[in-house]
Design a binder for this molecule. Structure first.
Ligand SMILES: NC(=O)c1ccc[n+]([C@@H]2O[C@H](COP(=O)([O-])OP(=O)(O)OC[C@H]3O[C@@H](n4cnc5c(N)ncnc54)[C@H](O)[C@@H]3O)[C@@H](O)[C@H]2O)c1
Length: 411
């Protein structure tokens, strides 16, 4: 029997979106704070295997004058939360390898699933997400917040109005010196350091979606084009272990790991329509934060990092001045920013993108609209976790990228 696809899926509008949250660590506690400040939401359940994390989340509700909600602990508590009747959306903020099983179970229990990045760590998991969303006709959104950052949204708006002409090439990255944060288990709430564990077992790019998501939107991936193949290359792993030894001492417990993950990963992707993407990842070396976000079109050019730059034909050798750049960004400000920008900044400061992401999710669910990002986006962006590793392990051999829409990428 052919599965019914979920392209442009719309579901019956929800008057109020009732939410259950799994994994109340660093990320989710911020989400609780955001979600209770969005009209039309109600949190109805929490689950974490560390009881102090649920307690802290309950305190956020209390501080807002809200009643405590049902909470679950234990290894399988998350299943009970997914089964709870008065929930429409399961919001998943656990470690990477639990994302897919939880999202799949949530949809099987008749809930929509919102899942932190990456939504999956293997191609097989990506198919599980797609197959389950299609079978249950439920939404499965990956919470890629960088798609809602102001420069990304505004350049998308500009691209949709043709300012860059045909976009032929784009670049993105997640370059963030996380040595201290990862090694120190900064927030101390993690049950184990799952990030180190993953990185001792895997190579390639384990976190591709921050750089890739906004670029795929610019290139209309599965909305007229599709990513076809990639080649990937990594340096040897040095930085994380060297830093651990320097900071904590050669014999310290913090330094007792053997990273497989190369420090710097570079991936090149080719699309069906002859476009290219360059994607980079590095969290292990001393470098300023950078997601690149570079757009190379037939009429214009833009780049977010290290400084915002624009240039347009025929004066392309000269970038716009800072004043012209600001004028341009104001002129083409994306409607989402206009609608939510002030509240997002007041509530979340430089993390405004997180608020806009949640606001849009709730808005679409309450109005029965297709979500901004669908399960095919989640699968296409997340499958690079495994595919980059395969290419790296095979001397950068080209690897095919599956068409998760089963031939509908051009519809
Ligand atoms: N989009 C972003 O900008 C961004 C930023 C930070 C983290 N993240 C993502 O958010 C996720 C969580 O990151 P974090 O830094 O909050 O990690 P964390 O370790 O602080 O939080 C994870 C939580 O999940 C809980 N947990 C683990 N297994 C569980 C289970 N079986 N049942 C219930 N609870 C369980 C842990 O106890 C912990 O409280 C990751 O996927 C990470 O990549 C995204």
């Amino acid at each position: 029997m052919e599965q019914k696809n979920v392209l442009k899926l719309s579901c019956p509008p929800l008057d109020e979106v009732r939410i259950g949250i799994i994994g109340l660590g660093v990320r989710a506690k911020r989400a609780v704070h955001r979600l209770i400040n969005i009209e039309g939401t109600r949190i109805n359940g929490f689950c974490d295997i560390v009881p102090s994390n649920t307690e802290e989340a309950q305190r956020i509700l209390k501080d807002k004058g809200l009643q405590p909600v049902k909470e679950y602990c234990g290894e399988n508590g998350w299943k009970s939360l997914c089964e709870q009747k008065d929930i429409d959306l399961i919001y998943i903020c656990t470690d990477w390898e639990s994302h897919t099983p939880m999202a799949v179970y949530a949809m099987e229990c008749g809930k929509h699933a919102a899942v932190e990045i990456p939504a999956a760590t293997t191609v097989s998991e990506c198919w599980q997400l797609v197959n389950t969303a299609e079978r249950t006709q439920k939404h499965c959104i990956m919470l890629e917040n960088c798609c809602y950052d102001s420069f990304e949204l505004t350049t998308l708006h500009m691209a949709q109005q043709g300012l860059f002409g045909e976009i032929l090439h784009a670049e993105g990255a997640y370059i963030h010196d996380l040595r201290d944060r990862i090694l120190s288990n900064e927030f101390g709430k993690r049950l184990s350091n799952w990030q180190i564990r993953f990185n001792t077992l895997h190579n390639g790019n384990p976190y591709p979606t921050h750089g890739l998501g906004p670029i795929c939107q610019l290139l209309n991936i599965h909305r007229g084009d599709r990513m076809k193949s990639l080649v990937s290359m990594s340096t040897k792993p040095v930085g994380m272990n060297l830093y651990a030894k320097e900071v904590y001492g050669e014999d310290s417990p913090e330094a007792q790991f053997d990273h497989k993950l190369g420090d710097m990963n570079t991936t090149l992707i080719r699309t069906e329509n002859g476009k290219t993407i360059l994607l980079q990842y590095n969290v292990s070396n001393p470098r300023p934060y950078n997601r690149i976000h570079l757009i190379n079109g037939t009429k214009g050019y833009a780049q977010k990092y290290p400084v915002n730059q624009f240039a347009f034909s025929p004066h392309s050798e000269q970038v716009l001045s800072p004043e012209q750049t600001n004028e341009l960004l104001a002129k083409y400000e994306h409607p989402f920013l206009k609608e939510t920008g002030r509240k997002a900044i007041d509530l979340c400061g430089e993390r405004a993108r997180d608020y806009i992401m949640d606001y849009r999710l709730i808005h679409c669910l309450r109005n029965g609209l297709p979500l901004d990002m669908d399960v095919y986006d989640a699968a296409e962006w997340s499958c690079l976790v495994e595919l980059t590793e395969i290419s790296v392990n095979n001397d950068s051999h080209p690897v095919e990228i599956p068409d998760f829409t089963r031939g509908r990428w051009n519809q």
